[in-house]
Design a protein. Structure first.
Lengths: 315, 315
């Protein structure tokens, strides 16, 4: 059950391991906005929240404390477009657990290097996240490692929902929250936290419209995976667990073109000195290109959710 | 008179124009620290605080409001290693005022481009900040533009002191505040704000020891200008106005080698996804290389004060 209570419990569980990221009140294209600087999180994206909540809930504990005896000796295994893999590797490293991470062959070098830097085994396989996931499951059947799904698991969703909890704590005045969506872990958690008390708006690249298409179809459906932000937002289909939450609590599903994402990356550097990866800049892009126009009186929050790119690419 | 009252007045005066930058509680090299993310300020450094306070105090107002009739038609003029020039250009642009900015010939291209992007006239002249300042004063005698000194002016110091005021508001528990020093505008303002209620520690590159040398000599003295951070911390001599404040309220003057500054830049990117220029990473470097070792029970704050570099250079 994903609700404010399970998200608050996740927040307590993971608080020693993650950063309470700050907010910045500023203007974006002349509009007052509040940015949640989640790109300053450990491992460069929001993903460690869900990864730590999953590992700690399963019984892995800080080295020195006794974990449950029934935990798999093989540690953890995950498939990822990159950010989730880095987060699982980081969390596993922090908790003294082995990690094996499957990523598709097109994963940016910066992300592969990041995952390896945390001591995880990296396996590059398949053309897409979905194919890497299939390969990881075959491997998991051999090793019996704990699978840490990138989005479709209650503990992962509750962990990502702590982004919403912090955002509301630090900026309780917000009426509209823009969140990028891929598999839907972040937006599912955030929407479950707000539960209608603020309008949560999903923003996806035109090339990766998984939540937009699911909401239109009335169920998760296969969607195209392409464009600039595919490595972080390129799930073929949103998670089954998040979908009913999105149906209830996601007010609009906006699509943005890749050139608006590039413009948002440039603006975030030029006006804020923030390095956001394409997926991290996607929510802001909706404001820049006018695909989301705040109604009069709206107080808009934007989650800037990832920075795992080569910084030379943002200028 | 530079004191908490003049700094609070500056804060009111400039609040509509500058960002209240956030703090981030985190670990740096295993030590708990609170980072003041002043590198996210407009124009990429703390400098707009002093620039706006100077321009607004002199009578320049937002376009549409009537400025004092006796303001110079030539607008403002400033000499700078780069960041102050960008800040004055940004402030002048915001207030609809002409600006002419003198920078030494070695100023990084990123900073020259930034100054020009705000519509200012840029003059590259001389080998050092001191030479650019001399040239700007010859020009000022012709144009009668308002000089905005980079550090040695009460309104500039009071503006920079608002960094300390915000830091204390957001992290009142801090006992030690690490601040980089060049001409001493930032550390002078911050030390005047804390006025001994927290220990303010100056950090300078070994190549630019102007405050360290002044405190040892008992007066501002000429010091070498060299090394990686010279473009932002390379004043030949600290300001006359800040010096008595530093004598009273700066507890230690630490020097760090350039390789520690590079290591701090890399760590800020690697662990925080922050792009700091060398001068912006200098305060953090003192912790990394052990030139400042916090006493037991200390709660350490670090001002990360500038980001005006090519982001490709930090990885």
């Amino acid at each position: 059950m994903l609700d404010r209570k399970s998200i608050a419990a996740a927040a307590s569980r993971i608080s020693a391991y993650i950063r309470h990221t700050p907010v910045l009140r500023a203007e974006l294209s002349g509009l007052p906005v509040t940015l949640k600087l989640e790109l300053l999180q450990h491992a460069g994206s929001f993903k460690p929240r869900g990864a730590f909540n999953r590992l700690l809930s399963a019984g892995f504990q800080t080295p020195g404390q006794s974990p449950s005896a029934d935990l798999p000796a093989a540690g953890v295994i995950a498939a990822s477009g990159g950010n989730h893999g880095a987060a699982v590797a980081y969390a596993a490293h922090s908790l003294g657990v082995k990690a094996e991470i499957f990523v598709p062959s097109g994963t940016p070098a910066a992300k592969v290097a990041r995952i390896a830097s945390y001591g995880a085994q990296v396996v590059q396989i398949g053309e897409s996240y979905a194919e890497a996931l299939t390969a990881s499951r075959i491997r998991q059947a051999e090793t019996a490692a704990l699978e840490v799904h990138a989005y479709d698991h209650a503990d992962v969703l509750a962990g990502q929902g702590t982004v919403g909890r912090e955002f509301e704590q630090d900026a309780p005045e917000l009426t509209h929250i823009l969140v990028a969506a891929g598999g839907g872990g972040l937006i599912g958690g955030v929407a479950a936290w707000y539960a209608g008390s603020a309008q949560v708006i999903s923003v996806e690249p035109e090339g990766c419209p998984s939540l937009h298409d699911a909401l239109r179809a009335g169920q998760p459906v296969g969607a195209p995976v392409g464009g600039l932000a595919a490595d972080s937002l390129g799930a073929r289909q949103v998670g089954a667990l998040m979908f009913p939450i999105a149906q209830r609590f996601v007010g609009q599903a906006v699509l943005v073109p890749d050139d608006a994402i590039v413009a948002a990356q440039r603006l975030l550097w030029d006006q804020f000195r923030l390095v956001a990866e394409p997926g991290g800049a996607t929510a802001a892009a909706a404001l820049l290109c006018g695909r989301f126009v705040p109604p009069a009186g709206a107080r808009v929050g934007v989650v800037v959710c990832g920075a795992n790119t080569d910084p030379a690419k943002v200028v």
